[in-house]
Write a protein that binds this ligand. Sequence first.
Ligand SMILES: [Zn+2]
Length: 185
Amino acid sequence: MITHSIFPSGAPYAHFTHCPRCGKASLGKIENRAIQCTECDFIFYFNCASSTAAFIFHQDKLLMGIRGKDPQKGMLDFPGGFIEFDETAEQALAREVEEELNIKISSATYLTSVPNDYIYADVLYKTTDLYFICGVEDISNLKAMDDVAGFRLALPEEIDPQCLAFESGKKALQCLLEYLNSHVK
Ligand SMILES: [Zn+2]
């Protein structure tokens, strides 16, 4: 169903006012997922962006990056990032961890996925964040790079969720703690 109400601010399509194909101010929306032009029938769906994140352990401690850029600059976050076109989640995970922390992961086991809201330059991106438990053979070259300003190591049960940058990270950490309680002991 197409509705013609003013797009609410904060919605993924809030900044779209004119049809990208015919240029007319004739956009409606399909639920909260797509824009549709009433003049030329152009339709564009806003799909979830896929993102990866790594739970990397070093001597029982979990490795986190300190965000060097907005959104959530200065907050803690698990290493990872967006999956690029034609890339697998595992490839994106390995690439992002190496770009951010200068270390290579040796294994990646899928744990869970969590939906997230990621606001960049005043635009909301709905994301699906995929969390993996990762092994690393060597962290002697560990170094904060790219958009990471530093790193922290902490026992997972001692991490304050309020210090984590994103809601998805908080939920995934909870999932990790439940997994560790049920599998490791
Ligand atoms: Zn149009």
